[in-house]
Design a protein around this ligand. Structure first.
Ligand SMILES: NC(=O)c1ccc[n+]([C@@H]2O[C@H](COP(=O)([O-])OP(=O)(O)OC[C@H]3O[C@@H](n4cnc5c(N)ncnc54)[C@H](OP(=O)(O)O)[C@@H]3O)[C@@H](O)[C@H]2O)c1
Length: 337
């Protein structure tokens, strides 16, 4: 059996156009939801971002509330941009989002024009940049007219504060309606950000069909199910520095016999391809034609290296996807961020 590639050569990255747009995005992007707050070491944050850039990961995904505390991931990334990546802004695609609780009172959350445009200004200040490449509405807000939310996104573009817009966690019908409103406003819905992994197949139930129809790309998040689709927990223990031990978004109770049986069976399929479980999980989401790229998280440079090395592997065969299908399962006790 081949050994599992742990380190990707710098020229491994490939790019795909996002939906009908001209925007090329890396097939693996780095997300800063976890691992970039004030609780993490500055050296690790810096080393991870700089190695990502070397590996061709040109796209970094943020949100107003990433931390902890909320806002600290944007501040940390802004410092790295200023100190280590000065002059390289045009090589990078930086996204941020608004729509989850960020500050107290009626304007710190959801989908109003007031929240979105104020939050974007705050994000730009924390990041120390004039514009983001992609501004997302982070989750649907049934209380605010969709017209208002989409007009705020379009105005962010008109004001030069965002180049493209996206939505995240929107269902198929909301996505179709959002795209129609944006079309009328002359700003296309370039990208959707849904959760998608071997363990969470929700986008297959309607969303991918809508994305095909409206020609919007998908940057899928938590492709490793927050670490459940890696070797992190395969021996049945929960490492003290792991997300299951440290984050309220991943419940350690999900590391049960049922999970272990399925994860170990998937790891066996990965091994037969000369891959780690994480690499198989990434190859699997990227195999889907609607998926522009996968946004991974990484708590170390080593994890990031191993993930990018997933791109070195051969395409999944039909027989392999059928074996995966038999093992993967819905519902994992994870929560959205
Ligand atoms: N739009 C939304 O609502 C939303 C929601 C969630 C996430 N996102 C975006 O998606 C990004 C990724 O989300 P995520 O962090 O949940 O993604 P993920 O890639 O599914 O999980 C990342 C975690 O998996 C573990 N891991 C990664 N590579 C590994 C490897 N090679 N070997 C062993 N373990 C490995 C690490 O866990 P340990 O920390 O335990 O080492 C890492 O923190 C976020 O940063 C954010 O940008 C968006």
């Amino acid at each position: 059996m081949e050994s599992i590639p742990e380190r990707a050569p710098d020229e491994t990255m490939t790019y795909r156009r996002c939906g009908a747009s001209g925007l090329l995005l890396p097939r693996i992007a780095l997300g800063l939801w976890h691992n970039f707050g004030d609780t993490r070491a500055d050296d690790t944050k810096r080393a991870t971002v700089l190695r990502a850039v070397e590996l061709g990961i040109a796209h970094f995904d943020l949100a107003n509330n990433y931390g902890p505390p909320p806002g600290s991931a944007e501040r940390a990334f802004g410092r790295i941009l200023a100190d280590d990546l000065a002059g390289r802004r045009d090589e990078l695609v930086i996204s941020t989002k608004a729509g989850f609780e960020m500050w107290s009172g009626p304007y710190g959350d959801h989908g109003s024009r007031k929240h979105l445009l104020a939050s974007l200004d705050q994000s730009l200040t924390r990041l120390g940049i004039d514009y983001v490449d992609v501004f997302y509405h982070h989750r649907p807000d049934p209380e605010t007219p969709l017209e208002e939310t989409m007009t705020a996104l379009a105005d962010a573009v008109r004001r030069g504060k965002a180049l493209y817009v996206g939505v995240s966690n929107y269902g198929p019908e909301e996505t179709r309606r959002a795209a129609a409103i944006l079309d009328r406003l002359g700003v296309p819905l370039t990208v959707h950000q849904p959760r998608y992994s071997m363990f969470d197949r929700t986008p297959e139930r309607g969303l991918f069909d809508v994305l095909d129809e409206i020609r919007t790309g998908a940057m899928v998040y938590s492709p490793l199910a927050q670490g459940l689709l890696t070797d992190r927990y395969l021996d049945g223990t929960v490492p003290t520095d792991s997300r299951a031990a440290t984050s309220r978004f991943l419940d350690a109770d999900v590391i049960d016999e049922d999970y272990l049986e399925r994860a170990r069976a998937l790891a066996e399929i990965a091994r037969s391809r000369g891959q780690s479980l994480a690499q198989l999980a990434l190859a699997w989401v990227l195999h889907r034609p609607q998926v522009t790229g996968a946004i991974v998280g990484a708590s170390s440079v080593r994890q990031l290296e191993q993930n990018v090395a997933a791109l070195e592997a051969s395409e999944l065969t039909e027989e392999e996807t059928e074996r995966i299908e038999a093992q993967a399962v819905h519902g994992t006790g994870t929560r959205r961020g």
